[in-house]
Design a protein around this ligand. Structure first.
Ligand SMILES: Cc1cc2nc3c(=O)[nH]c(=O)nc-3n(C[C@H](O)[C@H](O)[C@H](O)COP(=O)(O)OP(=O)(O)OC[C@H]3O[C@@H](n4cnc5c(N)ncnc54)[C@H](O)[C@@H]3O)c2cc1C
Length: 385
């Protein structure tokens, strides 16, 4: 076993850490307050090649790996998780899905600009009546001549509301076989934003993550060319679930980045704030909170790196990725709560970063599979039905 990061991994981590601390963190409070999307920061991230780390050079990426990508997601999320979410969706899910399942034409047309970060991708699985039960979607795609006609609504969609978002990969029912449930009944499509019948619905008002675009998407007799089917008509659901495994590693890396930020701020504060004639970091109750935080950040980091390492070697990693997502997302909620507690009343004030971290942490237990769904997957891995 070798726990040493390669020189390339260290370079990626250090570059992303410096970028997050120098460029993202100083803007995070403003992003949260105004809800403005940071296009200039995205352009710099693209320039530094962050969106294409694990994508092959032939398709606009850097030919790196998923360990490198997730070190990047961790560090960027330490600056602001809204930008970690951008990377998770556009690279870990959309770019990967295009690279694995796309035709040569689809990769040249859609993947290259996304891997270069010139365009941003989104994916749409969730619908008003279908969240965890992703196989129960109602959006339909019907072939009419040489075009698919799509009808339905997708909700809580990350990235699609950005001006530079080019497309959404959606799941839609293509076969009306009620006994088939998800598998075999659902296909996956590339829907560009500028096709007739596509419209953006409302922008959601969220508790946190204000720098991340979250919108509803509506398809009304939306027409796309037949060629925009991604993969085949039988395996759309399975292929989408397969890439979401990587999304789970990404959510774990985001959680670790945010928890590390909680630790950084709390440690700094504990060394400055004085009560009863001592800095509060002298009190054992504060020390133990910080010690627990450091221990759990370390464990969660090791777990997401293990899952990414297995993925890079083409080994099974469903169990490891699910453990990483479940553990890290629950860990960061505790870390954020303790970070506010360590800051006392100041921690509840908007000007202190930990109040923002507290609002940002909860959603990590919900996106890309809730904690309950993670426990169901793990139970199945244990042979329990
Ligand atoms: C900020 C944000 C961004 C998002 N971005 C995207 C995106 O880009 N693309 C996309 O497709 N979706 C996105 N989502 C949707 C997200 O993936 C879903 O919210 C999530 O999968 C849960 O679905 P739901 O909200 O419908 O909750 P439900 O599925 O309705 O769940 C409600 C509760 O019931 C529990 N539950 C459900 N089924 C079971 C069961 N069998 N056993 C035990 N408990 C169960 C859940 O764990 C949860 O606690 C986003 C959501 C948010 C909040």
């Amino acid at each position: 076993m070798d726990f040493q990061l390669t020189e390339e991994h260290e370079m990626i981590r250090d570059m992303c850490r410096a970028f997050a601390q120098e460029v993202i963190a100083p803007r995070a409070e403003e992003m949260e307050r105004t809800g403005d999307y940071p296009y200039d920061i995205m352009a710099q991230m693209a320039e530094l090649g962050m969106m294409g780390i694990p994508i092959s050079e032939a398709y606009g990426g850097s030919g790196g790996d998923w360990v490198g990508m997730h070190l990047c997601i961790e560090e960027i999320s330490r600056g602001d998780p809204a930008l970690g979410a951008l990377l998770d969706v556009t690279t870990s899910v959309v770019a990967q899905e295009l690279e694995i399942f796309g035709t040569e034409d689809q990769k040249k047309r859609w993947l290259v600009p996304i891997a270069k970060g010139e365009k941003i991708g989104a994916f749409g699985l969730t619908e008003p009546n279908s969240g965890s039960d992703a196989g129960s979607i109602r959006t339909t795609a019907v072939l009419d001549g040489d075009e698919w006609v799509i009808n339905g609504t997708k909700q809580f969609i990350t990235n699609i509301g950005l001006d530079n978002a080019s497309l959404i990969i959606i799941t839609a029912v293509t076969k009306k076989d009620p006994s088939a449930r998800g598998r075999g009944r659902i296909s996956t499509f590339i829907v560009p934003k500028d096709v007739p019948g596509f419209s953006l619905g409302k922008r959601y008002e969220k508790i946190g993550w204000h720098g991340s675009a979250t919108h509803e998407v509506i398809f009304e007799d939306c027409r796309i060319p037949q060629d925009n089917l991604l993969g085949d008509t039988e395996k759309g659901f399975a292929q989408h679930l397969a890439v979401l495994q990587t999304g789970r590693i990404s959510i774990a890396a985001m959680s670790v980045g945010l928890a590390q930020a909680c630790l950084d701020e709390s440690l700094k504060y504990a060394k400055q704030r004085e009560q009863f004639g001592h800095v509060i970091g002298r009190f054992q109750s504060i020390q133990f909170k910080l010690a627990d935080m450091a221990a759990s950040v370390e464990l969660a980091r090791n777990q997401y790196l293990k899952a990414a390492w297995l993925k890079d070697r083409g080994k099974k990693h469903n169990f490891e990725a699910t453990v990483a997502k479940l553990y890290a997302s629950e860990m960061v909620e505790r870390a954020a709560s303790d970070a506010v507690q360590i800051h006392g009343g100041y921690g509840y004030m908007a000007e202190y970063p930990v109040s923002r971290y507290y609002k940002a942490a909860k959603v990590l237990q919900i996106v890309e599979g809730t904690s309950e769904i993670m426990r169901i997957i793990l139970s199945r891995e244990l042979g329990l039905e």
